[in-house]
Design a protein around this ligand. Structure first.
Ligand SMILES: C[S@@+](CC[C@H](N)C(=O)[O-])C[C@H]1O[C@@H](n2cnc3c(N)ncnc32)[C@H](O)[C@@H]1O
Ligand code: SF4
Length: 363
């Protein structure tokens, strides 16, 4: 049985200039057809699914209207055995939160919300092309708490050109004041096919790696005394509030992804659904497969992926699991990137800043 389900909702109210996730603006007819296709795909897998975790990601799942959510949620509830569900997360953009939606989600069994706040500084929000401001994010957070959600996560971004260390400190302090149970802090990446990537290429944006490293370090320094444990390079949580869904990915568990662009890994197969909503919907509704990429995942691949993820999770990896990479790890130790602690390889302070380089050891 597959225990982890990801559902990709590809619609966004506004396209952010740094974002490379598969998404498009929502048109009503297109959404309706997409929902039908998604439910048909869920039907197809229902016998093999008994999810412990469900994650609605995007795009912006919260861009769906209340009637669209009603259709999706009741459709999934009637098709899937959700009796073993422990965590059901939905990503929300603060601009699309309303009390009506929050109540519907809460009453339908969704028990965790991850909200894309990004920053509490309106200038930084503007630079990121976001449509919400800090006041709206605050209101949305309060709406979610009032609806009864006791497991909230906030996404923040650092390394944004023009974002000072003080601005980042204030965003962290404001987040701590709000006491979300979980916090993700991502360094801005310049993804291909985004406006930011083109601006970088034209020299109109200049990353400041030194400042970004200071912002990364400050994150841990400020969050730790407030009870947030860094359990993965970009993720911090109160004890027991780590994301079960993401932890399952990192431990190499099987997962099924529904919707356009969604990846799945089940047994020795990995595949990706078509990255175009219209074609995905059409082929799924016509009973054809909506897959555009497939590969076999060997045990050796799974083993090295688990090791690379394990290293990012700061628990590190055991000497035994890392035996195949002992030579390069000793070399990395020599360069001060990793350390041995209680028979586990873990990243050092320098290694946390250069984690992508360390991950290359396992490729
Ligand atoms: C699918 S979005 C979250 C939900 C919603 N779409 C939103 O933006 O509010 C996932 C998260 O990825 C992060 N993200 C997206 N593109 C990024 C980039 N280029 N660099 C760093 N973080 C990024 C943002 O923090 C964002 O909240
Ligand atoms: S960051 Fe979120 S709202 Fe912005 S384009 Fe990406 S998925 Fe959509």
């Amino acid at each position: 049985m597959i225990e982890h389900l990801y559902i990709h909702i590809p619609f966004c109210p506004n396209i952010c200039p740094y974002c490379a996730f598969y998404k498009e603006s929502a048109g009503r007819e297109r959404v309706e057809k997409f929902l039908e296709a998604l439910l048909k795909e869920a039907d197809h897998w229902s016998d093999r699914l008994r999810p412990r975790t469900v994650f609605f990601g995007g795009g912006t799942p919260s861009a769906l209207s209340v009637p669209q959510f009603e259709k999706l949620l009741s459709g999934l509830q009637s098709r899937l055995d959700l009796s073993g569900l422990e965590e059901w997360t939905i990503e929300m953009n603060p601009a699309t939160v309303s009390s009506e939606k929050a109540d519907l989600l809460r009453n339908s069994g969704i028990n965790r919300i991850s909200m894309g706040v990004q920053s509490w500084d309106n200038e930084v929000l503007k630079a990121l092309g976001r449509t919400h401001d800090a006041k709206k994010a605050l209101e949305s957070f309060d709406i979610l708490r009032a609806a009864g959600f006791d497991n909230l996560s906030i996404d923040l971004i650092f390394g944004v050109p023009g974002q000072s260390l003080d601005s980042w400190r204030e965003s962290l302090e404001q987040s701590i004041l709000m006491s979300p149970e979980h916090l993700s802090a991502y360094g801005l990446t310049y993804e291909e096919d985004t406006d930011f990537f083109q601006k970088l290429g034209r020299g109109e944006m200049t990353p400041d790696e030194g400042l970004e490293a200071d912002q990364f370090e400050l994150t841990r320094e400020l969050l730790a005394p407030s009870g947030y444990r860094q359990y993965e390079l970009s993720n911090y949580a109160y004890e027991g509030r780590e994301s079960l869904h993401n932890s399952a990915y990192w431990s190499g568990a099987d997962y099924l992804g529904l919707g356009p662009s969604a990846f799945s890994t089940v047994g020795s197969l990995r595949w990706r659904n078509i990255r175009e909503t219209g074609i995905y919907s059409e082929s799924t509704l016509q009973g054809r497969t909506g897959v555009d990429f497939e590969e076999e995942v060997t045990n050796a691949m799974k083993f090295s992926e688990r090791a690379a993820f394990g290293m990012r999770t700061l628990r590190g990896i055991s000497l035994e699991d890392a035996a195949a990479w002992e030579g390069p790890l000793r070399e990395a130790q020599h360069h001060g990137l990793v350390n041995l602690s209680e028979d586990r390889w873990i990243l050092t302070r320098k290694g946390r800043l250069l984690a992508d380089n360390v991950a290359e050891i396992f490729v």
